[in-house]
Write a protein that binds this ligand. Structure first.
Ligand code: PLP
Length: 373
């Protein structure tokens, strides 16, 4: 068999990682400002993470959700102590798209309605509902068009009000910061108005924190910069540092019923061990605070570079917008400077480094970036 060819690949094979560095087959070292797409939170192969996963692997990697798995409740309790949602309930699954899929389904269950509002340039994943609320017609197949989704302009509260007033909306879904859409931050005031509008109309507010959450922006979730709380928060990526896992924090007013949601693999023993190890490291190495301080420093340094049209972001979720496409810049960063970066659309370079990035490594990145500008 051959691979189904859907990824435009860089001509590099990464075989090893340590902290903020990755290494290819020839032993070349790369500074990782991409974190494997915001997934590597505690750094590559953190010794505590490796130890915890190895220990669980030897004990019991998996058993089904038909028996007690106390690692799940332990994780829920630990997460609640750090994420500001101690009073919420947790449902565990395997990926970001699945988290949004379940969040939207749950919103429809609890409201009995079926229309969803999403925003221009939104990205929420590639499965049926998740892709339907994603604003990219190229990745939405005909079968995904249920007709239940309405897109409104980002940051436009009047457009939201107009749609919600029709009375058939079950949920509004919004990213804490739009990632694929170009590192676009919703205005704090807009988020507060959105919260009030959802409250006034019994609409479920879903905050997709899959990319912007888990400490990346210097608060546990990006929407916490606006001082609001969501009804459902979706998470994945950094939650288990590369072990596939996703989660929903659910408003306690939404009552569960047996069979309402379910999964074979979600919340398995190995995933929980990985996620608990991540929380240990978050606490011992103060990674949310580190993302705020190193990210703030990096943003300040990048704003001094005149070649960049606009620097956007919070903490360690940063977009650098240029007047021209960034494709060549990324290739030069990779092959000449040995730095991994991401992109959003054609003109935005996207930085999503591990949250263990130090000030020195942030400066090293700026130094390497200057050489290719
Ligand atoms: C904001 C957001 N939501 C959802 C997803 C989908 O996550 P996954 O690829 O784990 O399904 C992504 C992935 O990039 C994302 O950035």
């Amino acid at each position: 068999m051959k691979l189904f060819d859907v990824y435009p690949l860089f001509d590099v094979e990464i075989v090893r990682g340590k902290g903020c560095f990755t290494y290819d087959t020839k032993g070349t070292e790369y500074l990782d400002l991409y974190g494997g797409h915001a997934v590597i939170a505690v750094g590559h192969c953190h010794p505590h993470y490796v130890k915890c996963v190895e220990e669980q692997l030897e004990k019991l990697p998996f058993y089904s959700n038909s028996v007690i798995n106390s690692l799940q409740s332990k994780f829920a309790e630990r997460l609640g102590k750090i994420n500001g949602y101690d009073d919420y309930n947790l449902f565990l699954i395997n990926s970001g798209a699945e988290a949004n899929e379940n969040a939207l389904k749950l919103a429809s269950f609890v409201t009995g309605r079926k229309r969803v509002l999403s925003f221009g340039k939104a990205f929420h994943g590639r499965t049926s509902l998740a892709v339907e609320v994603t604003d990219n017609p190229k990745i939405v197949a005909p079968v995904n068009h249920s007709g239940n989704v309405t897109f409104v302009p980002f940051n436009d509260i009047e457009a939201v009000r107009k749609e919600i007033s029709k009375g058939d909306v079950c949920a509004v879904i919004i990213e804490g910061i739009q990632g694929v859409g170009g590192i676009r931050i919703p205005d704090d005031e807009f988020l507060r108005q959105l919260r009030a509008e959802c409250d006034a109309n019994g609409v479920v507010l879903i905050l997709d924190e899959i990319q912007s959450g888990y400490g990346r922006t210097g608060k546990f979730y990006a929407h916490q910069h606006a001082g609001i709380r969501a009804d459902i928060v979706t998470m994945a990526k950094g939650i288990a540092n590369g072990f596939p896992m996703g989660a929903l924090a659910i408003n306690p007013a939404y009552k569960p019923a047996f069979g309402m949601l379910g999964t074979t693999f979600g919340g398995n023993h190995l995933a929980c061990a990985a996620a608990l190890a991540v929380l240990d490291i978050f606490e011992s190495e103060h990674l949310v605070e580190n993302a705020a301080s190193v990210g703030g420093h990096l943003l300040d340094e990048l704003k001094k570079l005149p070649q960049i049209k606009e620097v956007r972001g919070r903490g360690l979720m940063i977009g650098l917008e240029f007047d021209q496409p960034v494709k060549d810049l990324r290739l030069r960063l990779l092959h000449e400077q040995h730095v991994f970066t991401g992109a959003s659309g054609t003109n935005v370079l996207r930085l999503l480094p591990p949250l263990v990035l130090t000030r020195e490594l942030a400066d090293e990145f700026v130094c390497r970036l200057k050489k290719v500008l």
